[in-house]
Design a protein around this ligand. Structure first.
Ligand code: PHE
Length: 357
């Protein structure tokens, strides 16, 4: 073997042994055995030698080539092993560590209150009905005995949509009462429904937001009277607030669609910006109610000489405010995550009574 070949051999062997990673080793391999590699180049020189010389030199070259290739291969698996070891050490999972805390979302107090209300009325035999947010004049007003000139139309601060192709101005429903009409038009009595849902009025202060929620109730049959209305609502108030001797006040009132009508207030105190139920000498109105007006029954094609019943509409925010001591209604819809963390509910902390609303 020539000195030249010998020194090339040891040079490549040293470089392979010194390669710190697979990338560096690959450069060594290409530099020696690749198309333009230093050992490959020597093969090209064989052609110019005498046959005897060529044979000797060829054998020596092949031997060196094989040795170098074997050394590179050995180093390759050594480096691959080392890299795997390092990776295993780096990525080791400590299964004894406690899990990272995950931030669960919270149920908004309105969602939670609606769930509870449905559960309570569900036990009293009511089922849930729904209707559209965008209503026509007939269902929102006229069928409910609220005529064109009736002051209730103005009092309700209605949001009107632009005139449609039929020259009609639809409204964002100002209450859930239009679903009374839709239900009475669609089914025969006996009727026993509640309607939780969104309602809209142009109003904004500590107890009003332009979008809010109501829960409507409607019972129509041949025997239901005002005593049933009172009993149901008192029972409901005690159940939702969980207070046996809750101060509940029925106050005579007026609605075009009920006769007689009453509003219900809950005794509370608002001293020092804190809202507390069952204490103090203040009252918070939570609902309107009454016996369904015979004209309303007739407007829906129900015989008012045979059928009668009661209706009520309660403010869900009002109830949530009282229940959870939240003094300002506007905060419900400011979407402040700190507020929600404080007043919201962990969804899985206790079995929810009703699902899917
Ligand atoms: N719709 C009335 C309101 O929004 C409430 C109500 C409902 C009153 C049903 C009587 C009967 O104020």
């Amino acid at each position: 073997m020539t000195n030249e070949l010998e020194s090339l051999r040891s040079e490549v062997m040293d470089a392979a042994a010194a390669a710190a990673d697979l990338g560096a080793l690959e450069s060594v391999r290409v530099g020696a055995l690749g198309k333009k590699g230093s050992i490959t180049a020597l093969f090209k020189g064989l052609g110019g030698l005498e046959p005897e010389q060529r044979k000797l030199q060829g054998e020596a070259l092949n031997r060196v080539k094989d040795e170098v290739a074997a050394a590179i291969e050995a180093r390759q698996s050594e480096l691959a092993d080392a890299e795997l070891e390092a990776r295993l050490a780096r990525e080791r999972v400590d299964v004894s560590l406690p899990p990272r805390p995950t931030r669960l979302g919270r149920l908004h107090p309105i969602s939670r209150t609606v769930e509870e209300m449905i559960a309570i009325f569900g036990e009293m035999g009511f089922s849930v009905a729904t209707g559209p947010h965008i209503e026509d004049d007939f269902h929102n007003f006229t069928a409910l005995n609220i005529h064109e000139e009736h002051p209730a139309r103005q009092e309700m601060d209605t949001f009107y949509l632009p005139e449609n192709a039929e020259g009609q101005r639809m409204v964002l429903r100002t209450h859930t009462s239009p679903v009374q009409i839709r239900t009475m038009q669609a089914v025969e009595p006996p009727i026993r429904i509640i309607v939780p849902g969104r309602t809209f009025r142009a109003d904004y202060d500590a107890t009003h937001t332009p979008m809010f929620h109501q829960l409507e109730g409607l019972v129509v049959d041949e025997t239901t009277h005002m005593g049933h209305l009172k009993g149901t609502l008192v029972e409901f108030c005690r159940a939702i607030f969980g207070v046996e001797d809750l101060p509940v006040r029925f106050r005579a009132s007026y609605f075009p669609f009920t006769e007689p009508s009453a509003e219900v207030d809950i005794g509370c105190s608002r001293a020092g910006g804190e809202l507390k139920i069952g204490a103090g000498d203040d009252w918070l109105e939570i609902l309107g109610s009454g016996m369904v007006h015979p004209k309303v029954l007739e407007n829906c094609g129900i015989d008012s000489s045979r059928y009668q019943g009661y209706a009520f509409g309660m403010g869900i925010e009002r109830i949530a405010m009282l229940k959870y001591g939240i003094p300002d209604l506007r905060t419900f819809y400011e979407a402040d995550i700190r507020w929600l963390r404080h007043y919201g509910f962990v969804p899985l902390a206790e079995p929810s009574m009703v699902r899917g609303l």
